[in-house]
Design a binder for this molecule. Structure first.
Ligand SMILES: [Zn+2]
Length: 309
């Protein structure tokens, strides 16, 4: 028969194809931001096959005998490749991974560190409540299997709900939950005392617009004063490359202007249907993701502030 299909050959072929899915090459280069901290800065865009989901920042703190990772990135392969790059700087295991909040682009790399080092995984209570083993997350949906293969959800070892100081390999690392709904209902920030480095998670972004879908304008503004109270000298945002004294500026300005303008519009009886047309933030129109996210942020701010005052 002309159109005979050899089922056995087809199955063998398909099996070969799926097991030989090529690895995604992140081409990672760590950037040193302080004497003992290196970071991998993500792209200022949505997760996709071209960036491999790497659009958040992931950092390594070097201690005397291990690394502490702050936010583990979006995939197993990202975490594995970031470790390989760091191993060239110091051949140390990873003892601890701290996740700043429950958004999946910041912690799906946990699976690598648990498998390879049995690292202690630390995060917020909401992360474990939101996701359980076997779930498919946003990153799984927005990237192909080649990118997210091996990326699974691992339960945290410790859920932090109050200010906690860890002493790891001679470094003092303080984890502070904001106690607010800010970027999410339970964000936390991490401060490395020795280097005065603050890891803000998504309480701060720069170079791009934030997504306030799970957050609060008022909470963000309060969280920013908590961040400033640490006395930071280097601030690594959840997304964005500015880590010096201007690192927090854009986020502070964004939420302050958002609050002022939305409240003014409410006072002028602007309704939900018109709010995103009336309130704009032209100061930010050239920042990445303004088109995708700003209107929704304005709308969410309206829903929050309409009942607040
Ligand atoms: Zn986030």
């Amino acid at each position: 028969m002309q159109h005979h299909i050899d089922i056995k050959a087809l199955i063998v072929g398909m099996t070969l194809m799926s097991s030989s899915l090529l690895a995604f090459d992140y081409k990672l280069e760590p950037k040193q931001v302080s004497p003992s901290v290196w970071c991998f800065f993500g792209k200022l865009e949505a997760p996709s096959d071209s960036n491999g989901g790497h659009m958040s920042n992931s950092c390594y703190i070097q201690t005397k005998d291990s690394f502490v990772v702050v936010d583990s990135g979006a995939t197993y392969q990202f975490a594995s490749q970031s470790y390989n790059a760091m191993q060239k700087i110091a051949n140390l295991p990873v003892s601890t991974v701290i996740n700043t909040h429950g958004h999946d682009d910041h912690w799906l790399g946990n699976s690598y560190y648990k498998e390879k080092f049995n690292a202690k995984l630390i995060g917020t209570p909401l992360q474990d409540k939101t996701y359980k083993s076997g779930d498919k997350t946003r990153i799984h949906r927005m990237t192909s299997p080649e990118v997210h293969k091996g990326t699974i959800i691992v339960k945290l070892d410790t859920n932090i709900d109050k200010k906690t100081t860890l002493a790891i390999g001679g470094k003092k690392i303080t984890i502070t939950p904001t106690g607010l709904k800010a970027h999410t209902p339970d964000d936390m920030f991490i401060f490395l005392e020795d280097d005065k480095v603050l890891f803000s998670g998504d309480l701060v972004m720069n170079g791009r617009i934030t997504s306030n879908r799970d957050g609060s304008v008022m909470g963000q503004i309060k969280a920013h004063s908590q961040l400033n109270a640490t006395g930071w000298e280097v601030l690594v945002p959840g997304h964005g490359m500015i880590v010096g004294k201007d690192a927090l500026k854009e986020s502070e300005q964004y939420f302050t202007l958002m609050k002022e303008r939305v409240i003014k519009a409410i006072d002028n009886d602007i309704g939900a249907e018109d709010i995103s047309k009336v309130v704009t933030l032209p100061e930010f129109k050239n920042k990445a993701m303004y088109k995708e996210l700003n209107r929704r942020n304005v709308f969410e701010a309206y829903s929050e502030l309409e009942f607040a005052e």
